[in-house]
Design a protein around this ligand. Structure first.
Ligand code: HEC
Length: 350
């Protein structure tokens, strides 16, 4: 069983973010909790999950003493599963945020997954860092153990595993975290097609090379921001600074929504929308839109659902500019936009 916390922003606009923690950590660590809270205050809904690391419903830090069977790549499937989970609940714009090793893992997922709108890497793990870990971790001796079903499993006793010190791990687990050919977030960012924001702390001693790696990689697609004073864990209000950078970055994303795609993709959602809820939300719209047509107010009753839905998305993200409509559109989440669009589509134009 996998665990996650979904924190919904009241006035959500922009993508919903899936947040992945760093090495052996969890969703309730200080940085992740503070980040979710600040993001919600700034209009970004997010889901923070705990990687299982082969432990069902894992809570708290992974116990270093526990024999390690998990692999770095196992994270990818879990991140994708949360993306699927949000998609099936109607969140059509999604982003990933990863801290430290989680940054490298989300970058690896985003290089292949075409459903994402943006990627944020906070103090991401680099190939240099992985190389340092490899050199620190000579394998000491192999031991063969029997699993309960009688098959042999090779464990290695290692002088140090990740930051754990001496412990035991399967050969696969050890090799995956201490590979001979190290990779880092920078290995995957060139293959990501959507905007990437890299955030580094100026006092980060865990991955001090992040600015040196990513500043030269800046482009239309990759933005780099340095948080002055922040260490690797972004403690003491630095999480808030990171959240501000993220919400600004998300709000500047322009959505290239293709009307045909929207109509096709959402046909079922429009058909199933809660029209009573739409009517309830729509009373606010009517106060302006039912006014005298002479005043130049466009009529919205009878517009096709996808058209109203798209217009609301565009007012919310600034692609269409009108201060009254932007305010209205940003106060609705996507589910509400769909309900109200379906409601007006069912009305007869006068
Ligand atoms: C404060 C007044 C006000 C409120 C409230 C309001 N609108 Fe609007 N709306 C406008 C104005 C003004 C425009 C024209 C803006 C422009 O020129 O882009 C507009 C434009 C639109 C358009 C684009 C129409 C077109 O022909 O392209 C749609 C769709 C729309 N509104 C839907 C809504 C919905 C749905 C609501 C309620 C959730 C709503 N509006 C609430 C003032 C309002």
């Amino acid at each position: 069983m996998l665990l996650a916390d979904f924190v919904r922003a009241e006035e959500a606009s922009g993508p919903v973010a899936v947040i992945t923690h760093g090495t052996l950590a969890h969703k309730d660590m200080e940085l992740i909790e503070a980040l979710q809270e600040s993001l919600a205050e700034q209009g970004v809904s997010s889901l923070a999950h705990t990687l299982s690391l082969d432990v069902s419903a894992r809570r708290g830090m992974y116990d270093c003493e526990r024999r390690h069977t998990h692999r770095d790549e196992d994270a990818d499937g879990e991140i994708s599963a949360w993306i699927d989970w949000l998609k099936t609940r109607g969140h059509d714009r999604l982003a990933v945020i990863g801290h430290s090793r989680g940054g490298k893992q989300v970058a690896r997922v985003a290089a292949k997954d075409e459903r994402l709108s943006a990627v944020v890497l906070i103090a991401p793990a680099t190939a240099n860092g992985a190389e340092r870990a490899y050199k620190r971790s000579p394998t000491l001796e192999g031991i063969v153990m029997q699993t309960t079903d009688g098959t042999d499993l090779t464990y290695v006793k290692t002088a140090s595993f990740l930051y754990c010190g001496p412990t035991e791990a399967t050969a696969e687990s050890h090799a995956s975290y201490h590979p001979e050919q190290p990779t880092g977030a920078e290995t995957y960012t060139p293959d990501i097609d959507v905007p990437v924001l890299v955030i580094a702390g100026s006092k980060d001693t865990t991955v001090p090379e992040v600015p040196a790696i990513f500043i030269p990689m800046r482009s239309d697609r990759l933005r780099f921001e340095l948080v002055d004073g922040a260490g690797h864990m972004f403690l003491d209000f630095y999480a808030e600074d990171a959240a501000t950078l993220i919400s600004e970055f998300f709000s500047e994303l322009t959505v290239e929504v293709d009307a045909d795609d929207l109509e096709m993709a959402n046909a079922e959602l429009y058909a199933q929308a809660d029209l009573e809820y739409g009517e309830y939300l729509g009373s606010e719209c009517a106060s302006c839109h039912n006014a005298d047509a002479d005043e130049g107010m466009p009529p919205i009753a009878g517009l096709e659902a996808w058209y109203t839905h798209l217009a609301l998305i565009q007012y919310a993200n600034g692609e269409r500019e009108n201060s009254a409509m932007s305010l209205v559109a940003r106060s609705l989440d996507d589910e509400q936009r769909i309900a109200v669009a379906a409601y007006f589509a069912a009305q007869i134009a006068e």
